[in-house]
Design a binder for this molecule. Structure first.
Ligand code: HSE
Length: 442
């Protein structure tokens, strides 16, 4: 069945909401309380007609009228009266089935489900295209920051070179607290969880899976070709220590958890890892649970988006914006007015991490003996890895030395090979810490 662009008897656009939890509750409240304003924005009545939620008491607490409530989500996605299904259940199981079924029944989709998009985006877009329906997901990345709309519409004149930034509020909160108040990782994590931004399973945050989902979505839109999750290199923040935060500070840098996607000669790459940023840059000064995303393109140059990347209010803002967009398309029977996704006809190759070029920070723990720096530099130099600075911490007699090396731009595979060789040197007494440095262009 193709998209249901016929107008209802009263000309209304009708919404079915799946999930009335933290975000769903915020969206339901906003739709109910602001329906007149929103209807004016759309140009016809915008009506919330069904709310599917297993916990009906929770939905009632959000002020959802009794006659809208149901526990049967499947009935909502099949309801011929509904134009737009808003999926706020989350997860990739039931949510995926319901979204697929809704599209097959001609419903347009608005969702905040980053995991669903990241894992099944290609398939979802194909089904949306086949059934002539919209698939919008602004709230999946950057909370209330309109980054997806900007990439899709605002930057349509541009060739995008890179999209990168802080897309996980929980990790940014942890790193901020570790740096500012010298908190241990575990203490900062507990605090971050109390902020209410962390995933139900916070390992999704600290191991980088959440950021990987988000950069996969952003990169796919920015570069016009789908970036599979398996192609994205991920390192979490669990191994970032107070010592490295301190060492970075001494060198004039801040450690941030960055999600990075770049289009370079030889192909595209995307990665997620803790990163040293010069302390004076704007991204380095994004603190707490805030998100910030930098987009570089031609002819636009550099732009920076900053705001709350999660939470009920910010996410509600993004979901409502999508609903209004889709509702306008329904009213005008013109969902193709804005293509939801442009698949490029000539996909660029995806670079493996080993072929990525970056600048690096290495922290070596060695015996305090003449010739140690020379031995380590030899391993780097023989692999064409040049140094921009070396810092030796003052060492008490008999104690191990901490030596920091900052490199020029080098190839990841070469740096990893050098790291293995350095760790084998008899003078090196602990595993060398490697962190990447941005901006990595010279
Ligand atoms: N756990 C995520 C974060 C929530 O901390 O950013 C927003 O996607």
């Amino acid at each position: 069945m193709m998209g249901q662009h016929r107008r209802k008897a009263n000309g209304a656009v009708r919404i079915g909401l799946l999930g009335c939890g933290t975000i769903g509750g915020g969206v339901a409240r906003h739709l109910l309380m602001q329906r007149h304003v929103l209807s004016r924005h759309v140009g016809c009545p915008l009506q919330l007609v069904r709310v599917a939620e297993i916990d009906l008491a929770r939905a009632r607490r959000e002020g959802v009228p009794e006659e809208l409530l149901t526990t049967d989500a499947r009935a909502v996605v099949r309801d011929p009266e509904i134009d737009i299904v808003v999926e706020l259940i989350g997860g990739t199981g039931v949510a995926r089935q319901l979204v697929m079924e809704a599209m097959r029944h001609g419903k347009h989709i608005v969702t905040a489900n980053k995991a669903l998009l990241a894992k099944s985006g290609l398939r979802l877009h194909a089904v949306a295209q086949r059934h002539g329906v919209d698939l919008f997901y602004e709230a999946s990345v950057g909370g209330g920051i309109p980054i997806i709309k900007s990439l899709r519409e605002g930057f349509v004149a541009n060739k995008i070179h890179s999209v990168y930034g802080i897309v996980n509020g929980t990790c940014n909160y942890i790193l901020t607290r570790m740096a500012a108040d010298r908190l241990e990782f575990d203490v900062a994590l507990k605090e971050a969880m109390a902020q209410g931004y962390a995933e139900a399973d916070p390992s999704l945050d600290i191991e980088g899976h959440d950021a990987r989902h988000k950069i996969g979505i952003l990169a796919s839109i920015a570069f016009g070709q789908w970036i599979p999750q398996e192609a994205i290199h991920v390192e979490g923040i669990m191994r970032v220590t107070a010592l490295d935060i301190q060492c970075a500070h001494e060198l004039g840098y801040v450690i941030k958890f960055l999600a990075i996607a770049k289009a370079e000669e030889g192909g595209l790459h995307a990665r997620v890892h803790p990163t040293l940023l010069p302390a004076h840059t704007m991204l380095a000064n994004v603190n707490g649970v805030y998100n910030a995303i930098e987009v570089n393109g031609t002819p636009i140059g550099t732009t920076l988006f900053y705001g709350r990347g999660a939470g009920r209010d910010a996410t509600t803002s993004a979901v409502i914006a999508d609903i209004v967009d889709v509702a306008r398309n329904v009213r005008l029977a013109s969902h193709e007015r804005l293509p939801t996704f442009t698949f490029t006809t000539r996909p660029r190759p995806l670079k493996p991490m080993s072929e990525v070029w970056s600048k690096y920070y290495l922290r070596c723990t060695t015996v305090d003996r003449p010739g140690v720096i020379a031995a380590i530099s030899r391993e780097l130099g023989s692999r064409n890895i040049g140094l921009t600075s070396v810092l030796l911490h003052e060492t008490a007699r008999g104690a191990y030395s901490t030596i920091l090396f900052m490199t020029h731009r080098a190839r990841e595979a070469d740096v990893q090979a050098a790291l293995r060789a350095i760790n084998r040197l008899p003078v090196v007494k602990a595993k060398t810490v490697l962190l990447r440095v941005e901006p990595s262009e010279e």
